[in-house]
Design a protein around this ligand. Structure first.
Ligand SMILES: [Zn+2]
Ligand SMILES: [Zn+2]
Length: 816
């Protein structure tokens, strides 16, 4: 009897495709395995089998599958269903989910380029392999289609896999991203010295080598020996603390007084020995409450102020699962995946940690996919990742942790699927029947609503860990400063005084300004012209470092003009304050101090982010200026002052979440101060001291702000009181976009008379990358099932596609 298979192809086409299973394939269940299929004329893709079955499909006569890639499934059935749910809920195709979920190294296709590998065959090889290598000696790269043509057959994957394994060939993307992993050197106290007597002898022995003795003492203090703890110490830290003399350090290691271990900063198989800090009483209680919430079928929500030690609780809980052989998925916002976090976790779970996020190369991601299959492994894996780690098909899932659940980077914007990691994780946990632990210092409005309705169980941690106290927040009313005639910006008089005092105490400073570049606007003083991006409705930002104007929407850049492009006047004024300018003014103010900057512009290189953070940690930098990048997950011991230079830039966004987001960010920034002692200070500069967000910040009353907002959100039908779907239409022609959107909105109103549909409306930035945008907003009451409504919209979208001759591109954003 003939068998057929439904497969997901990595293309943005609706639904799945059906193929005929070749007669000689003996496997009785193909679900979750990869196969090669041909689509259209000459395209070959790697597809994922959803299911195979015996009944002949009603339409057409399907083509045969070309080749079976996997001997066992790479995605379990439950994860396949999860991918389909994502496609369904977020209104995209299963193929788009597949593209997002699986790294391209696991989906060879017609477009994959094959290049020469690092090794050459040492002995005679079979003809087909020889023909491929021969062709590669004549041209640099081949496509799969070309290789098929050379060999005269379509089934080539097995051969290519073999050759790749031998190192004779490489895939094109690998050649592009050969980044040498940076190693971190750790210093450890050898086991035989870990008691007081032998240590004393060792110190005596050093009496005649004072420099070595000094460095060794510095090591003991850094590793906290005197408090009975043995933390691994980074080589750089020791050198910074004890006189940068590498020869002295070498002597110490040669004497066997210090052990050196090297680890990969990305954490895989990271080496330093685990030391297990105990939980405080409050943390222990919180962990118990988490467990009992899970037993009562509730989703536990760990609500802990910044610096309360949530991470320790997560790790303690995770350890229990790892020991039982279960995998733990630990999701954090992309930006929080810093070396700090990795160091902390990899020293706790050496050998158990896998890291997965979009800054990894494709090859590194493929490695993680292969490792999670973990044949023969007893312990579970701790997978630390950003949102895309949610798609990793875990072998034996036990727990999902999602920290900073309010963070907007959990929502994917482009391309589809435009999923929200928190909501998808909750669904995944439900189908896998495993607990999902959420955590935040400032819960999203959606989660707060579910806490109020007892869907989530709130577990509170109101105290900071150890002796630290929440920082005191001081407001600087810039309007008042102006009135009394001493307005100075960006550093007001009180802020400047506080900075001086902080530096005099030897403490460090963080300054927050949420605009990058030098000046957000430039304007001709003669004709008033503000240069705009030619492709977007956005004014260009001046970047002094590169002396160019840049669009923060599409990346377009152009040299800074000497005179106005309109009237040729040379009187061009810079206005507004970006991080570059803050850095420059700081250098003028404190010429002898080291300042650094943390924003998107200077962290594009792979290790740049970690390097800036590490320099600040080692106290080589005194002042760090940054955008929201500095707000998340960073933990510095020595920060005495945090300055928010202009809170107003956060307050007036035309978005229903503006207040919520602004207060979240301000509290996060403020939380960077005084994490280890009581003296942390926060200065907030604003022209709007009466704004509800500022008042809530001063009273440290986050939930109060949410609850004050809820009646309005309810009345005007915004989440969490209803669900939103935003349709976005994009077209090169403004009129086309508008006409399409009008037709769409009207048809929707006719099809769904009892659903509120707003628009079309052009968004604030109505043109991006030379395309015009129109939005339609659909509000679905909480009492209605969204599924059938989405089906209606998708049906209309298909009709529209068939009608017009140049329809706009249509994008769904569910829960925007
Ligand atoms: Zn002008
Ligand atoms: Zn642009």
């Amino acid at each position: 009897m003939k068998r057929y298979a439904d497969v997901i192809v990595p293309l943005a086409i609706p639904g799945t495709l059906t193929y005929l299973v070749p007669d000689d394939w003996k496997q009785d269940n193909l679900t979750g395995r990869r196969v090669l299929v041909s689509v259209g004329q000459a395209k070959i893709y790697t597809a994922l089998v959803l299911k195979d079955f015996a009944a002949k499909p009603e339409k057409g006569s399907p083509r045969e599958l070309l080749e079976l890639i996997d001997q066992s499934p790479i995605v379990s059935e439950i994860y396949l269903n999860f991918y389909l749910w994502i496609a369904d809920y977020y209104c995209c195709s299963p193929g788009e989910v597949f593209l997002s979920a699986v790294p391209s190294g696991l989906r060879l296709s017609t477009d994959t380029l094959i290049v020469k590998g690092e090794r050459e065959p040492q002995h005679e090889i079979e003809d087909d392999a020889f023909m491929i290598l021969d062709a590669l000696s004549m041209q640099d790269q081949l496509t799969l289609t070309e290789i098929s043509a050379i060999l005269g057959r379509k089934s080539i994957h097995k051969l290519l896999t073999f050759m790749h394994h031998q190192g004779w060939i490489a895939y094109g993307y690998e050649a592009k991203e050969k980044v040498k992993p940076r190693k971190i050197k750790w210093l450890l106290l050898p086991r035989e010295l870990q008691n007081e007597n032998s240590l004393k002898l060792a110190l005596d022995e050093l009496n005649r080598a004072p420099k070595q003795q000094e460095m060794f003492m510095a090591f003991l203090s850094l590793c906290d020996w005197f408090n009975g703890i043995l933390k691994p110490v980074q080589e750089n830290d020791l050198l910074a603390a004890a006189g940068k003399n590498k020869a002295v350090l070498k002597n110490l290691t040669e004497r066997g007084l210090l052990l050196v271990e090297e680890t990969n900063p990305e954490g895989i198989n990271a080496g330093p020995p685990p030391n297990k800090p105990g939980l405080s009483k409050a943390q222990t209680t919180a962990l118990e409450n988490i467990k009992s919430a899970i037993q009562n079928q509730k989703t536990p929500f760990l609500h802990g102020v910044t610096g309360s030690g949530k991470t320790e609780i997560y790790l303690e809980f995770a350890a229990e699962f790892l020991e039982q052989g279960k995998d733990v998925l630990f999701l954090v916002p992309e930006i929080a995946l810093t070396s700090q976090m990795l160091r902390r976790i990899s020293s706790r779970f050496p050998g158990d940690l896998l890291v997965y996020h979009s800054r990894l190369s494709d090859g590194e991601r493929v490695t993680v996919w292969q490792q999670i299959q973990r044949p023969g492994r007893e312990r579970g894996f701790l997978i630390l990742g950003a949102r895309s780690a949610l798609f990793l098909a875990l072998h034996n899932p036990g727990l999902i942790i999602l920290d900073e659940e309010q963070d907007s980077s959990y929502k994917q914007h482009d391309p589809a699927p435009r999923y929200h990691t928190r909501d998808a994780a909750l669904f995944l946990g439900h189908t896998l029947k495993i607990p999902v632990l959420l955590g935040s210092a400032t819960p999203s409005a959606e989660s707060w609503y579910l806490i109020q309705n007892q869907k989530f169980e709130r577990i509170a941690l109101d105290q900071r860990f150890g002796n630290a106290e929440l920082p005191s927040i001081q407001l600087i009313d810039l309007g008042r400063e102006r009135k009394i005639g001493r307005l100075s910006f960006p550093f007001s008089v009180p802020l400047k005084e506080a900075m001086d005092a902080c530096l005099a105490e030897g403490k460090q400073i963080i300054l927050f300004q949420n605009r990058r570049g030098f000046a957000p606007h430039i304007q001709c003083q003669s004709c008033g012209d503000v240069p705009q991006c030619p492709y977007c409705d956005i004014s260009l930002t001046y970047h002094k470092y590169t002396n160019e104007l840049r669009c923060h929407c599409c990346g377009h850049s152009t040299a800074m003009p000497n005179s106005c492009q309109v009237c040729q006047s040379s009187d061009i004024q810079l206005s507004g304050l970006g991080t570059e300018r803050v850095e420059e003014e700081l250098q003028a103010l404190y010429p002898t101090l080291a300042c650094d900057r943390l924003d998107l512009d200077n962290t594009r290189k792979k290790q740049a982010f970690a390097q800036i953070i590490e320099k600040f940690e080692r106290r080589e930098t005194q002042i760090l200026v940054g955008t929201q990048m500095i707000t998340k997950g960073l933990d510095f011991e020595n920060v005495g002052l945090v300055g928010i230079l202009n809170a107003d830039t956060l307050l007036y966004y035309p978005d229903f979440r503006a207040s919520e987001k602004a207060l979240q960010m301000l509290l996060q920034v403020a939380g960077r101060a005084g994490r280890r002692d009581a003296n942390g200070k926060v200065f907030v500069q604003t022209f709007s001291p009466e704004h509800p967000v500022i008042k809530s910040l001063l009273n440290n009353d986050y939930s109060g702000l949410l609850e004050a907002e809820f009646p309005d959100r309810n009345k005007f039908e915004y989440p969490p009181f209803c669900r939103l779907i935003r349709l976005e239409l994009r077209h090169r022609n403004q009129e086309n976009a508008y006409q399409d959107a009008c037709w769409f909105a009207e048809s929707l109103r006719r099809a769904l008379p009892d659903i509120r549909i707003d628009g079309p409306e052009a968004p604030i930035v109505a043109r991006k990358r030379n395309k015009f945008f129109q939005h339609i907003l659909i509000r679905i009451p909480r009492t209605r099932q969204p599924g059938p409504i989405k089906k209606h919209i998708q049906k209309l979208a298909l009709t529209r596609k068939k009608m017009g001759n140049s329809p706009s591109d249509l994008f769904f954003d569910v829960d925007p």
